[in-house]
Ligand binder design. Structure first.
Ligand code: AMP
Length: 393
C-alpha cells in the first residue's frame, strides 16, 4: 500500500477521504477530535504543494437524495469554517459535491457525501464523478474502512491510491500482532450483532474479560440468577455453547453494582442520599431478583487487575458498565488508571471505549486509541477491511 511518503503529490489534485463525522449541536461542533486527528495528514499533503486538495467525508446519517440541501445538523458548512480556523487557511466549501470544482480553490471541503444516494450504495457512477475532481486518492477514514461506501471503495479503484498518516497508525496498532499473552476486555451492550466478531476474537486471545451488558446473557447461560439485568434471551443457548468451549478463557466479574430499574430510570433526579440508598453491591452468586446490574464491582476490578498483571497486551472493546451515568463509570475508570500505570501495550477500540478513556486524564498513556469502533473490532477479530484491501493493488 502506498503512503504519503511514497506518493508524488506535488502539482496534483489530491482527493482526501477523512472521517469528519463530528457531533454537532446546530452549527456548533461539540467535539472536534476527528478533525484534529486528520490535521497531520492535511498538513503533510499541503507541504507537498499539490495543485488542489479536495477533502471529503460523511457526517451522521442524513436521508440520502437531499443533494446540496445544506441541511443541519448534517451539512459540512460549519466544519469547513472550523477547519479553516484550525489550519489558518481559506477553505472553499463546495455545496454541490458533484459539480465541477474551480482550479482557483486550493483547499476544498465537499458537502456531506451521504446527502447523495450513491455513497451508501457504493455506486460506481457516483465514484466516477468524485474521481473527476482529482488525480490521486488518499484514504484516511479508518472509521469507515469496514464498509464499501463509494468514496472509500469504488473511488479507490479509479485513481492512483494510498493511505494517510492516521490510517497508517491505525493499521500499525489495531491488530493482535503484539506481544503475548494478549487479554481482551469485551463490554458491549449486546452480543447479537457482534457475535461472529466476538467468537473470532475469543478464539485468538489468551484470556477474555467479560463485562458490560453482554455478561448477563452468559451468566444466565451458566444458570446464574441475574435479576433485572440486561439479557438477550435468544442468545442464551449460543452463550452456553461458547461457555463450554472456552471455559478456562473467559474471566467473569465476581461482583456487581446496581439498583432497581425504576431508580435507574429516575437516576439524575435522585438526591445523593437517595442514590446511596438505591445503590447495591452484590456478589455474582447473590444478585437479587429485583436488582439490575449496571457496573461490575470493586472485587471484579481486583480480579481483572490480577489477570492483566500476567498480560503483555490488552485490547479493550466496550466499557465495563454504563459509564455514561455516574457512579456506573467507576470500574471502567479504575481499569483505565490501572492499565495506564502498567507497562502493557494497550489498544483501545473506538466508539464508547475511546470516549470513556478520553474522559480521564490517562488517555495519553495508552499505546493507541482507535478512531474506529466497528473497523477496529473487525481488524482485531482478524477480518479484512474492504477499504484497505482495495488499496493493496
Ligand atoms: P456497545 O454500544 O455495544 O459498544 O456497548 C456500549 C454500551 O454498553 C454503553 O453505552 C454502556 O452504557 C452499555 N452497558 C455497559 N454495561 C451495561 C450494563 N450492565 N447494562 C446495560 N448496558 C450496559
Amino acid at each position: 500500500m502506498k503512503t504519503l511518503s511514497t506518493m508524488k503529490l506535488t502539482g496534483k489534485r489530491v482527493f482526501l477521504r477523512v472521517d469528519f463525522n463530528v457531533p454537532l449541536k446546530g452549527t456548533k461542533i461539540t467535539d472536534d477530535l476527528r478533525i484534529q486527528n486528520a490535521l497531520p495528514t492535511i498538513r503533510k499533503i499541503l507541504a507537498a504543494k499539490p495543485e488542489q486538495l479536495i477533502i471529503a467525508t460523511h457526517l451522521g446519517r442524513p436521508e440520502p437524495g437531499k443533494g446540496s440541501a445544506g441541511l443541519l445538523p448534517y451539512s459540512l458548512a460549519p466544519v469547513a469554517k472550523h477547519l479553516s480556523k484550525l489550519l489558518k487557511k481559506t477553505i472553499y466549501f463546495h455545496a454541490n459535491a458533484l459539480a465541477p470544482i474551480e482550479s482557483k480553490d486550493k483547499i476544498v471541503l465537499l458537502e456531506n457525501l451521504r446527502f447523495y444516494d450513491g455513497e451508501k450504495n457504493g455506486s460506481l457512477s457516483f465514484a466516477k464523478t468524485l474521481a473527476s475532481h482529482a488525480d490521486i486518492y488518499i484514504d484516511d477514514a479508518f472509521g469507515t474502512a469496514h464498509r464499501k461506501d463509494a468514496s472509500v471503495y469504488a473511488l479507490a479503484k479509479l485513481l492512483p491510491s494510498g493511505i494517510g498518516l492516521l490510517m497508517e497508525q491505525e493499521l500499525r496498532y489495531v491488530s493482535l500482532d503484539h506481544k503475548r499473552p494478549i487479554v481482551a476486555i469485551f463490554g458491549a451492550a449486546k452480543i447479537k450483532d457482534k457475535l461472529p466478531l466476538f467468537k473470532k476474537l475469543l478464539a485468538k486471545v489468551d484470556k477474555l474479560i467479560l463485562g458490560g451488558g453482554v455478561v448477563f446473557t452468559f451468566l444466565k447461560a451458566g444458570g446464574i440468577e441475574v435479576g433485572k439485568s440486561l439479557v438477550e434471551e435468544e442468545m442464551v443457548s449460543e452463550a452456553r455453547t461458547l461457555l463450554k468451549k472456552y471455559a478456562g478463557k473467559i474471566v467473569f466479574p465476581t461482583d456487581f453494582v446496581g439498583s432497581t430499574p425504576a431508580s435507574f430510570k429516575n437516576w439524575i433526579k435522585l438526591s445523593a442520599t437517595e442514590k446511596k440508598a438505591a445503590l447495591k453491591t452484590v456478589p455474582v452468586e447473590a444478585i437479587p431478583k429485583t436488582l439490575a446490574c449496571y457496573d461490575v464491582g470493586p472485587k471484579s476490578v481486583k480480579l481483572f487487575t490480577a489477570v492483566l498483571k500476567n498480560a503483555k497486551t490488552v485490547v479493550w472493546n466496550g466499557p465495563l458498565g454504563v459509564f455514561e451515568v455516574k457512579p456506573y463509570d467507576a470500574s471502567t475508570n479504575k481499569l483505565v488508571k490501572i492499565i495506564a500505570e502498567s507497562k502493557i501495550t494497550s489498544i483501545v477500540g473506538g466508539g464508547d471505549t475511546a470516549s470513556a478513556v478520553r474522559k480521564t486524564k490517562y488517555a495519553n498513556r495508552f499505546t493507541h486509541i482507535s478512531t474506529g469502533g466497528g473497523a477496529s473490532l473487525e481488524l482485531l477479530a482478524g477480518n479484512k477491511l474492504p477499504a484497505i484491501e482495495v488499496l493493496k493493488r
